[in-house]
Design a protein. Structure first.
Length: 196
């Protein structure tokens, strides 16, 4: 889903994780106070998604074309909505944003990316705009410290800020087993200040 109103006062684009536009995602929009100014992008076609667990969400994400299809949706949404000034992404949405913005020469957009696990496939690129990446404590199946080191080396070439915290991947999603209320409240406040 990419809900867009060209020429509107939408200044924020938020790309969801593999859970899509769930009740938890809508709750985050409400708690940050950005519902009215936000274009939401999801890997799925339906407006709202409901999954019993992460495995079901991931299978659906793969069925809808995985990260490559999501990159195209994010790209379309960004190019269709020229008023966007702030872009936020979670997990697969964050990785898709990073990839898309690495190919666009827009430097008037600010990115805030939460735990973009698949960014490891795009380390040869970096956005030309300010980018704040918030990593979890660790990631399974690859060395997160190595990824962070590469990104920190790139930070000298761009406006890239890399942060790592003590929480697990998914800490901002109330549907995730890794959800952490303390982290959620902290970063919701950060987003509220940043986006409104």
């Amino acid at each position: 889903m990419a809900s867009s109103l060209n020429g509107s006062k939408k200044t924020v684009l938020i790309a969801s994780d593999i859970y899509g536009i769930s009740d938890a995602f809508l709750s985050l929009l409400g708690e940050t106070g950005v519902s009215d100014i936000t274009i939401c992008v999801s890997p799925f076609q339906q407006d709202q998604s409901h999954f019993e667990n992460e495995q079901q969400a991931y299978q659906c994400f793969q069925d809808y074309g995985d990260i490559d299809a999501y990159i195209l949706k994010v790209s379309d949404a960004l190019q269709s909505n020229i008023g966007i000034k702030q872009v936020v992404g979670f997990s697969a949405g964050a990785a898709a944003i990073y990839h898309v913005m690495s190919h666009l020469s827009k430097n008037d957009i600010q990115l805030t990316l939460f735990y973009p696990r698949q960014i490891r496939h795009f380390l040869n690129k970096h956005p030309s705009c300010p980018c704040h990446i918030i990593f979890p404590e660790s990631e399974p199946n690859f060395s997160l410290p190595d990824i962070i080191q590469v990104l920190k080396q790139q930070a000298a070439l761009s406006e890239l800020k890399v942060e790592q915290n003590a929480y697990q991947h998914g800490f901002m999603n109330k549907d995730s087993k890794a959800f952490n209320a303390t982290a959620y409240n902290h970063y919701c406040q950060m987003l509220k200040v940043l986006l409104t």
